[in-house]
Design a protein around this ligand. Structure first.
Ligand SMILES: NC(=O)c1ccc[n+]([C@@H]2O[C@H](COP(=O)([O-])OP(=O)(O)OC[C@H]3O[C@@H](n4cnc5c(N)ncnc54)[C@H](O)[C@@H]3O)[C@@H](O)[C@H]2O)c1
Length: 161
């Protein structure tokens, strides 16, 4: 694969962040295929047009379902509000799109599980937008833990704290 075609669904704060990340991806990972920004979807009139002009998307739409229907799109960032994650995540996975979906996935554990089930059934890849997953210090900590170098971890801070 020499080029990967991506779309962004929901162009608010995180939609911009994802678009910026795609544009500079190869600065950190030069071995990856080039990213082509194919389509941006936002239901607010004009927002997609602005995004396309500013970030270089080939096209824009007010209906994210057009992204699901486009066979040229490989992967989609789901950066719309949480109440849309379940519907978008399941439909886009079913359409064969790999998804990078923002946290939290949906409004409930059931929503998140439904997206996971849809992703598994479709055999696509999915990632949740945890910002620090690939930060070098976090990766090192993970390696120290999984290699056993730190011994048995006996205490972790609950996520809600
Ligand atoms: N990873 C992080 O650190 C982080 C930080 C902030 C937000 N988030 C998550 O990112 C997601 C988006 O948050 P945000 O702060 O960017 O919100 P936002 O309100 O700035 O952006 C959401 C965008 O989705 C659009 N939208 C709404 N309905 C739509 C529809 N039917 N079709 C297409 N677009 C639609 C809105 O018009 C808006 O432009 C949320 O899930 C949020 O929890 C993650």
């Amino acid at each position: 694969m020499t080029e990967m075609s991506v779309a962004v669904a929901g162009f608010g704060w995180m939609g911009r962040v994802h678009a910026q990340a795609y544009l500079r991806l190869r600065q950190s990972y030069p071995e990856l295929p080039a990213i082509r920004l194919v389509c941006v979807a936002d239901d607010v009139p004009g927002r997609g047009v602005e995004a396309a002009e500013q970030f270089g998307f080939d096209s824009c739409t007010q209906d994210w379902r057009n992204i699901a229907a486009d066979p040229a799109i490989d992967a989609v960032s789901i950066t719309a509000p949480n109440f849309l994650h379940r519907e978008m995540g399941v439909a886009l996975a079913e359409a064969g799109k790999h998804i990078w979906i923002e946290k939290p996935v949906g409004l409930s554990t059931e929503d998140a599980k439904a997206v996971a089930v849809g992703v598994d059934a479709a055999g696509v890849q999915a990632a949740v937008g945890f910002n620090y997953r690939n930060a070098p210090a976090v990766a090192l900590a993970k390696n120290l833990i999984t290699s056993g170098e730190l011994g048995t971890i006996t205490f972790t801070v609950p996520i809600s704290q």
